[in-house]
Design a protein around this ligand. Sequence first.
Ligand SMILES: [Zn+2]
Ligand SMILES: [Zn+2]
Length: 270
Amino acid sequence: MIDFDKFIRVILYFIGMSLVFIPLERSFLSKPYRILRKEYRTDLFFYLGQNLFWNSLTLITLNLLFSGLESSLLSDLRGKFQLLPFLLQALSVILMGDFLIYWGHRWQHKYDWLWRFHRIHHTAERVDYLAAFREHPLDNIYTRGLESLPAFLLGFGLEEVSMFIAFRGIYALFIHSNVSLRLGVLEIIFGSPHLHHWHHEVDRGGKCNFANLNPMMDIIFGTFYNPHTPPKRYGVNEDHAGNYPSLLLEPFLPNDLPKKFRDFMDKFPG
Ligand SMILES: [Zn+2]
Ligand SMILES: [Zn+2]
């Protein structure tokens, strides 16, 4: 059941986000997309699905998983960690989350059982702020789980962890946005749309720029890629479904689907 207040909040969030990112994209346009570009409807379904259903499922799942990790050793560690100033605590959990998500993201591109879920995010052929929501719900649980694991382990409550997740989520909108805005030397400290768009470039297959908030892990582990020109094409060099219900279903199906079944899936709405 979706309560009416939540529905209104999700619609208002969509309007607010569009009021920020559409003018930003129109002012610094990188690729000449129309606002209602190809794949817009599918990405809108991903937005609604994620915000109306899947984000709550992610938080419930993470709360259940992490509450099973309680131990006396962890309590001692939390006690010591909580003596640090809040800013230092927050920076530490963000950096530890960055480390985990960097390697988690590399594994998503390395192991088929993770790639089949993460691939859904990479099927976007138009990358902009709305395409940030194109994410399979299980991929979402995996990503949010890794990036918030340090915060949970070090004693932050569910509400604070939700704030960390929201902060990273807003930054994800920025790095997906269709803007040519470059951050100059700051690009070695802050992740930029230019860097993340290269992660989505079709021929490189996502083998660079795995970081989200800051590219430090890419620099340390040798996957930082920062050419002068923007990428030309996005997406994956693999057959994939083209509507919301099929993209949710696809990771559970065999790779060599009969053509008849693909044609049938292509008829789904969304
Ligand atoms: Zn992305
Ligand atoms: Zn990726």
